[in-house]
Ligand binder design. Structure first.
Ligand SMILES: Nc1nc2c(ncn2[C@@H]2O[C@H](COP(=O)(O)OP(=O)(O)OP(=O)(O)O)[C@@H](O)[C@H]2O)c(=O)[nH]1
Length: 197
């Protein structure tokens, strides 16, 4: 186990009230957070979103990616279901960090695609470690989920970490003229389902 569960409190939102649970990485003290909606106990698989931090999309309304649209859509789906989990996974920029993501955006403005830009900066296309997410689910007492994602790697890595994924639920939202090349590149090079408008 790489995480400990360190704090929790209610979080009222426009979707209803969540239980916000804070986790800390044991080696680095870096924090992650889960939002729990409704009763997640029992045998029925829990609708779950693993959302990787994207300051620009989630908080600053960027149209360069689909992240903010996916975040809203996932919260809509969880609230409609009446139960679910959103893991907010603090690995900004597919794990390269905010400053490097800004550098990658500058390269994309010069014609690199999102994968080539990461590589030009010396990073793999996706530097994220998803085993933290399996730890968060285990610490929440959940081992069976329906995962809201377009990314086949998340399904594979979580399954390998012992989480049973009974369904992959697509989250194909947020396509716009500013992110269509980015979404097409993710589908072609990283295997994602294609984002739609
Ligand atoms: N390095 C890099 N990271 C990006 C870029 N655009 C968005 N991100 C980051 O990508 C992460 C989200 O990854 P995505 O590939 O959009 O989606 P995913 O999490 O793999 O898959 P989904 O579950 O379908 O959302 C967030 O951490 C964003 O900050 C980019 O151009 N370069």
């Amino acid at each position: 186990m790489q995480l400990t569960r360190v704090a929790e409190a209610k979080l009222p939102t426009q979707w209803g009230e969540f239980l916000m649970v804070g986790f800390e990485e044991i080696s680095t003290q870096k924090d992650h957070v889960a939002l729990v909606f409704g009763d997640i106990t029992g045998e029925t698989p829990v609708l779950t979103r693993i959302h990787s931090e994207c300051l620009t999309g989630d908080a600053l309304f960027s149209l360069r990616c689909d992240c903010g649209f996916q975040l809203e859509s996932a919260l809509d789906a969880i609230a409609k279901e009446g139960r679910g989990i959103l893991l907010y996974h603090r690995q900004e920029g597919r794990g390269i960090g905010l400053i490097n993501k800004i550098k990658a955006y500058a390269l994309q403005d010069k014609g690199y695609d999102t994968v080539e830009a990461n590589e030009a900066l010396g990073f793999a296309p996706d530097q994220r470690n998803f085993s933290f997410c399996a730890d968060m689910l285990t610490l929440l007492g959940v081992d069976k989920i329906r995962l809201l994602t377009n990314n086949p790697k998340k399904v594979r890595v979580l399954s390998e970490a012992g989480i049973k994924i009974t369904e992959r639920v697509p989250l194909q939202v947020g396509r716009n003229p500013k992110n269509s090349h980015y979404l097409d590149t993710k589908a072609a090079k990283l295997g994602h389902l294609l984002g739609r408008s």
